[in-house]
Design a protein around this ligand. Structure first.
Ligand code: GDL
Length: 710
């Protein structure tokens, strides 16, 4: 029997068919009735059998769950339920009363029954009660009536289920709907154990896997939760949901769920992207995944990827989906003509938009012809917008290339073979960027405007992002104006992307995908503590050790601090310790004028006016991890700040990490003095790119001052 026959009511495991399809369960603008109807057609075509109606921001699904539908709404729902039936799709109506229901109040339970009775009258026979994303603290009345939140939910759910006549499909979404929410663990969660024991056996339970958005779902994890729930769960899969991040869209294949799971599950429903049309890939590939098990309980081995999953290859499933999607994108939809004036049309009546096409005369402009979209364009698009925990191959390669080009930027100007390698890689990166631009051009001319409009914000965003990266690489390679897009004092808004949320994110630690370009793990434990008089000798010793490294030496102001000749300002001194003892120090003078005058006369006066505080940082070379030094300087700068100083300057001996810390201290600008022989620091500053040498009269020949505005 084929899988599509299975949707008629039979399953590979007896009479109950495997639930497969889509849950419209995301936050934000719900899909339209037309889109849902289109979804039913697709589900039928691809062998999926269920649609769970659960749009979070539909008023009467959640916030105003008690309110009955108006006559007009009823008409629409009736049509929708009937369309689902026509396409052999089980329409499950879900309601989310958890925001404010009082479980112990019979009137509340009656309101719930009344609402579901109304939907039943519309022709719906499958239902669902959802208790996800709600407060777990019960109100006083419920606390008195029920021994736990689970007991309250189960009592109401069982009652409603019985009231509706024990529907064939009835789903319950627990509040702890993934392992990450279970305390202390899935097997020991009293909430889940109560649900498993008390919920009537005909009710199925939704589960999102180990996390809300689960990277992988293992067979073991499902066995564990099934034994607690006393039934196989229905997966509510958020893999391709994008309602939590407006810059992301997921066009990668359904993935990282072994097909061995199929016989262990009651079903899978994908809660995909908010944008309806781009879900072509998510739903198509889910359908391919579901077909991996034949009705005989065996696998379609020939379809799979032997190495990873004998039943299913995400890559092949993706290619299948993209090939079909290409057809759809290349077919004209209804959204031609002036925006908003959607022409009425039907499948039988194709739109005639070019009845009398303009033919340019001699010497006139030829007509603009758009290049047709290709399968490779769609593959690239999917690679750029792949999955929440994974970029597609091309996207990954581009990131790796950019990372390499940035890391080896020295090579761009070197007179060696490395220069050639750098420029050839830069060229390669540039052509990949060009591919993105061309894909954008072809896609934005695709005849199917509905699909395009859903994709548009994302492809526009990636085109700009790629444009910035491209300009940056050109700058690194000595071509292109350095400040045009990236370093300008007054950039266009597309030069700083992501809005306020982006700003916040960039200020937090762990920004970005941590799996990429991982630094070697830090194995050493460091401690930053306040400096005391007893540390003086040890700090001096470090200073002497570091001095030995430098060959020729002109006096730096900070030497006097580090050497212990000038005591640091109160509360402005810290030491760094590892298991061998003190391995670094950060000392400051909140007002460095006197020390500067004694050391170097007046020549740094202009600097001192803007940056009165001096920071002296030393860290022994055995500390290879930059983060302890960053912490050290961070702490020091905050102490200086609380001392009321306006800014500081530093003469760096070893640590480049200082720069970001100074920037975060709110200082307006920074400069450093370097000895010419200090190759390490010179390299560091050239790497940074933003520091430029500053001319100061009377500087000793071996001292270089570099400065940057912050
Ligand atoms: C959730 C919500 C869902 C939302 C998803 C992704 C469930 C059961 N509930 O937690 O509505 O779309 O995350 O943001 O998944």
């Amino acid at each position: 029997m084929s899988t599509s026959n299975r949707t008629e009511g039979q399953s590979s495991r007896g009479t109950r068919r495997f639930i497969s399809g889509v849950v419209e369960g995301f936050y934000g603008r719900p899909w339209t009735m037309e889109q849902r109807t289109e979804l039913f057609q697709r589900e039928q075509k691809w062998g999926l059998n269920t649609y769970l109606y659960a749009p979070k921001d539909d008023y009467k699904h959640r916030t105003y769950w008690r309110e009955l539908y108006s006559a007009e709404e009823a008409e629409q729902l009736i049509a929708l339920i009937s369309a689902a039936k026509q396409h052999n799709v089980d329409f499950i109506y879900a309601i989310s009363p958890g925001l404010d229901i009082t479980f112990s109040n019979p009137k509340e339970v009656s309101a719930l029954k009344r609402k579901l009775d109304q939907v039943k009258e519309f022709g719906c026979s499958s239902f669902s009660l959802l208790f996800d994303d709600i407060e777990t603290e019960m109100c006083a009345a419920d606390k008195e009536a029920f021994s736990s939140f689970a007991h309250a939910q189960v009592a109401v759910t069982n009652e409603v289920y019985l009231h509706l006549g024990q529907p064939e499909a009835f789903l319950f979404c627990p509040t702890d709907y993934c392992a990450a929410f279970c305390s202390p663990s899935v097997s020991q969660s009293s909430y889940l154990n109560t649900v498993g024991e008390k919920l009537l056996p005909g009710i199925d339970i939704l589960w999102t896997g180990p996390k809300v958005v689960s990277h992988r779902i293992s067979v073991e994890s499902i066995e564990e939760v099934s034994s607690v729930l006393k039934r196989a769960p229905v997966i509510w899969d958020n893999l391709q949901a994008n309602d939590y991040d407006p810059q992301r869209l997921f066009l990668g294949p359904y993935k990282d769920r072994p097909t061995e799971l199929i016989p262990k599950l009651r079903g899978v429903l994908s809660n995909p992207n908010c944008e309806f049309y781009p879900n072509f890939v998510a739903v198509h590939t889910l359908a391919t995944w579901c077909k991996a098990f034949t009705t005989e309980g065996g696998r379609h081995v020939e379809k799979g990827d032997e190495e990873t999953d004998p039943g299913y290859s995400p890559q092949k499933a993706l290619t299948l989906a993209l090939s079909d999607w290409l057809q759809e994108l290349m077919s004209t939809d209804q959204q031609r003509g002036p925006a908003g004036l959607k022409k009425a049309s039907s499948d039988q009546e194709p739109l005639q938009t070019h009845e009398d096409p303009y033919v340019p005369g001699p010497g006139e402009n030829p007509l603009y012809t758009a290049e047709p979209l290709t399968l490779d364009d769609l593959k690239l698009l999917s690679d750029l917008f792949y999955l929440p925990y994974e970029y597609g191959t091309t996207a990954r390669t581009m990131l790796e290339e950019l990372n390499w080009l940035k890391k080896h930027r020295q090579a761009a100007a070197a007179q060696t073979q490395e220069r050639e390698e750098w420029h050839s890689k830069a060229q390669h990166f540039d052509s990949r960027c060009e591919d993105v631009v061309q894909m954008f051009n072809r896609l934005s001319n695709a005849p199917n405007r509905s699909v395009l409009y859903d994709l548009y914000p994302y492809i526009c965003d990636i085109k700009s992002g790629v444009g910035l990266a491209r300009a940056y690489v050109k700058t690194l390679g000595g071509r292109g104006r350095p400040s045009s897009l990236l370093m300008s004092d007054d950039p266009e808004p597309w030069g700083f992307r992501g809005g306020l949320s982006g700003e916040f994110q960039r200020m937090l630690p762990g920004h970005g995908n941590k799996d990429l370009f991982k630094e070697p793990p830090m194995t050493q434990v460091y401690c930053v503590r306040s400096y005391s008089e007893e540390d003086k000798t040890e700090v001096q010793r470090i200073f002497e050790e570091m001095q030995r490294e430098a060959e020729e030496r002109s006096p730096l102001i900070s030497d006097r601090l580090s050497a212990g000749e000038v005591p640091p300002s109160p509360h402005c001194a810290f030491v760094l310790e590892d298991e061998l003892g003190i391995c670094g120090s950060a000392l400051a003078l909140t007002d460095a004028k006197a020390a500067a005058a004694e050391t170097q006369g007046e020549r740094r006066d202009s600097v001192l006016k803007d940056f009165p505080s001096l920071v002296a940082l030393q860290v022994l070379p055995r500390v290879t991890d930059p983060s302890p030094a960053r912490r050290l300087i961070g702490q020091l700068l905050s102490s200086i700040r609380s001392s009321g100083s306006r800014g500081g300057f530093c003469e760096l001996r070893l640590i480049g990490q200082l720069l970001s810390s100074i920037r975060s201290s709110g200082s307006r600008g920074g400069f450093c003095e370097l000895r010419q022989g200090n190759r390490r620091m010179l390299h560091f500053y050239s790497e940074l790119g933003s520091f430029k040498p500053v001319q100061i009269d009377g500087l000793p020949q071996d001292v270089i001052v570099m400065a940057t505005s912050l």
